[in-house]
Design a protein around this ligand. Structure first.
Ligand code: XMP
Ligand code: MG
Length: 181
């Protein structure tokens, strides 16, 4: 366990197993489509996305978006700013958004509505983690890795002050890590 971890929530092994399952599901659902564009939301989804796409048995293209929500770093305000937009024109394409975590749902609600206006053939959401306790906006998640309790988690792409993204497990930090800042 990482020295800053209070508790491991999801181990590397559990993540790998679940990512394979998600890959199977998605491969099956898109079997007859030939133009899936996987859109990763920077930076949290990068690790998950890179593992997930390697489990897909269908041809895919990759693209990325970076968004930031106004307000405190740990709390979504619902007002989302696009820091980096897609390179692809998604009109007529099947698009799968890959996100690290759905918390209030405000970020994904905004993203989904924004991308919907560009005329994709279909638009679905795949998230590694879902914290349903904190939901403020109704968003339909099509693929979800794990439901988690209302606790701040890091690892496997998720960060606290940009740290811990490279950790293999997903864990909760010791309170003194926040106290130090
Ligand atoms: P909303 O609330 O709009 O925001 O669904 C989702 C974004 O909030 C961040 N977030 C977290 N990041 N550990 C993190 O490292 C967490 O437990 C956590 N909860 C929310 C994350 O950037 C996500 O994309
Ligand atoms: Mg994020």
């Amino acid at each position: 366990m990482h020295p800053d971890a209070k508790k491991t929530l999801i181990t590397e092994k559990e993540i790998n197993f679940r990512v394979k399952e998600l890959g199977d599901l998605i491969s099956r659902d898109y079997m007859d489509k030939d133009n899936l564009l996987v859109v990763g939301i920077l930076k949290g989804a990068v690790i998950f996305m890179s593992d997930l796409v390697r489990q897909l048995r269908i041809p895919v293209e990759l693209d990325f978006m970076a968004v930031s929500s106004y307000g405190k770093a740990s709390e979504s305000s619902g007002v989302v700013r696009i820091l980096k937009d897609l390179e692809h024109n998604i009109q007529g394409k099947h698009v799968l958004i890959v996100e690290d975590i759905v918390d209030t749902g405000l970020t994904l609600k905004y993203l989904k509505e924004n991308l919907e206006t560009r005329g994709p053939a279909s638009l679905k959401i795949c998230t590694l983690l879902d914290k349903p306790a904190r939901r403020k906006a109704k968003v339909e998640v099509d693929y979800n890795g794990f439901f988690i309790e209302d606790e701040f988690v890091v690892g496997y792409g998720l960060d606290y002050n940009e740290r811990y993204r490279n950790e293999k497990d997903i864990f909760i930090l010791k309170p003194e890590v926040y106290a130090k800042r």
